[in-house]
Design a protein around this ligand. Structure first.
Ligand code: KIV
Ligand code: ZN
Length: 526
């Protein structure tokens, strides 16, 4: 038995794989690259970027992320099948070449009696052989191989020990024990990890990892129990997104360890001041709003409404505050530029915020910034981020917004006169609707018919405070089982709505035509 003495916890982020698997959370290449950039900057150790054999889109995403990520190890998921492992090996190749953080192949197979009998329909001895073969095969491509016992928390101890020992013997450097269906409770899950340290003779040759789902709301508690029992990698997602009730939330795990070093004296590489940015980037991309009372990243997580709490806070912050908003990057959005700021200052500010735009996109973004500065007294960092993300998203789309004129109010009919540029040609439609938003969306449909698409989500969010705040709108469209999210930002909520709808529609059309990584990757922020 050997428990790792090293107190460094490896943060393995699976937002782009397990997170993306949850309904409505699918992301295109450009969005995955944006998210991977933020995760890498934030300091996650491993980015699980996708399941390369699953689709050309997943393969492309893993490859592109492997090309661009600077520090994190990029990982591809594979079943215990040669074709899967080869696809992962091909996809992570750019990360194996050296200039980036390295590449990992993650291979898994179910080990619980229930899964072996009904899902795999394989006897345990065959599963054990598949563990050996898959890990041995994966090691031909990289020295960094992770093996997972799917449904590990419901696997019998004896068999789990045999599989873990075999996987390590075959060359696995990380052993992951998933609570696949979120069934475990913390004491039990911690005991499972401790049991492996007691019984598996070669356990000191690998890092033990947790991967907990949140079906009983215990994913974070189970992960921390696993760490306390000796696990040194935690698999998690931003905002806890993931299959069903989600995965363990990265921000909760990291902040629990930071806030209670007395009980959990562990270190990790996360720059916690980027947590809010990561959370917001993800919810903007997916349209999955974070519940207001969500720990760490919910809108109310640091709000003190009651008089007693406010009074206590004024006397001494620690009376009701166990961590500061600043520690998770929740600063008052800083005032950045004004009406008289020039192009040079604008470009410099964007660079500070992590955006490098080409000349045309920069020119257009600057013109929009000037228009915004005319209508809004103060421009904050969040305004610039929304504006530039909108510009990046809409830059070279086939259907582009040109202008909108709305008649709204209590004395209907509400009417939208919308002009779009469709493949370079201007087209206008004037349509009545049941309210201005309905009129706009009908006008888009009049210009570009798409009868099979259904609106699944329409969501408005104010970028900053004040009645002159920019609106950030998310629209989700569904067509024949495929869903896409679109975003738009503008000082005018209705213009932002039109832009968001068009963003989603452009994506839907690209999905119909097939995947084009070339155009997708050209449009991405660094
Ligand atoms: O939940 C799970 O078991 C998984 C594995 C593929 C690691 O996501
Ligand atoms: Zn999972």
């Amino acid at each position: 038995m050997s428990r790792h003495n090293d107190n460094r916890i490896i943060i393995f982020d699976t937002t782009l794989r397990d997170g993306e698997q949850s309904p409505g959370c699918s992301m295109n290449l450009e969005e995955k690259l944006r998210m991977a950039y933020v995760l890498d900057q934030m300091g996650v150790d491993v980015i699980e970027a996708g399941f390369p054999v699953a689709s050309p889109g997943d393969f492309e995403a893993v490859t592109e992320i492997a090309k661009t990520v600077k520090n994190a190890t990029v990982c591809g998921l594979s079943r215990a099948k040669k074709a899967d492992i080869e696809a992962s090996a091909d996809a992570i190749k750019p990360a194996l070449k050296g200039s980036t953080g390295g590449g990992r192949i993650h291979t898994f197979i179910s080990t619980s009696p229930l899964h072996m009998k009904y899902k795999l329909q394989m006897p345990p001895e065959d599963v054990l052989e598949a563990v050996r073969e898959s890990v041995t095969f994966a090691r031909k491509f990289t020295g960094d191989v992770e093996w997972s016992a799917e449904d590990g928390s419901r696997t019998e101890d004896d068999f789990l020990c045999r599989c873990v020992e075999a996987a390590i013997e075959a060359g696995a450097t990380t052993i992951n024990i998933p609570d696949t269906v979120g069934y475990a409770v913390p004491e039990e899950f911690g005991a499972k990890i401790a049991m492996l340290f007691e019984r598996v003779p070669n356990i000191d040759k690998a890092i033990i990892s947790t991967h907990c789902h949140n079906d009983l709301g215990l994913a974070v508690a189970n992960s921390l129990a696993g760490v306390q029992a000796g696990a040194r990698q935690v698999e998690c997602t931003i905002n806890g997104i993931g299959e069903r009730a989600g995965n363990a939330a990265l921000e909760e795990i990291v902040m629990a360890m930071r806030t209670r070093p007395d009980l959990m004296p562990y270190e990790n590489n996360i720059n916690t001041t980027m947590i809010t940015k990561a959370s917001r980037t993800l919810s903007t991309i997916t349209g999955f709003a974070v519940q207001p009372n969500k720990a760490i990243v919910g809108a109310n997580a640091f709000a003190h409404e009651s008089g007693i709490h406010q009074d206590g806070m004024l006397k001494h912050k620690q009376t009701y505050e166990i961590m500061t908003p600043e520690s998770v990057g929740l600063n008052e959005s800083s005032l950045v530029l004004g009406k008289h700021s020039g192009r040079h200052a604008f470009r410099k500010k964007l660079e500070e915020l992590g955006f490098e735009l080409g000349d045309n996109a920069l020119q257009e973004a600057f013109a929009r910034f000037k228009r915004l500065a005319d209508s809004k007294k103060e421009i904050f960092e969040d305004d610039l981020i929304a504006l530039v993300e909108d510009e990046v998203a809409h830059g070279n789309e086939a259907i582009q917004f040109v202008s909108l004129h709305i008649v709204a109010g209590s004395e209907g009919p509400q009417t939208a006169e919308l002009t779009l540029r469709v493949n370079g040609e201007k087209e206008t439609a004037k349509v009545e609707g049941n309210g201005p938003v309905d009129a706009i969306f009908k006008a888009v449909r009049a210009i570009v018919p798409h009868p099979d698409a259904r609106l699944q989500l329409y969501q408005v969010h104010a970028v900053t405070g004040g009645t002159d705040a920019q609106a950030e709108v998310t629209v989700r469209l569904e067509e024949n089982g495929k869903t896409v999210n679109g975003q738009g930002a503008d000082a005018d909520t209705l213009v932002a709505s039109a832009r968001a709808y068009l963003h989603a529609l452009n994506k839907l059309l690209r999905k119909r035509e097939g995947f084009n990584p070339q155009t997708a990757s050209e449009a991405v922020a660094p």
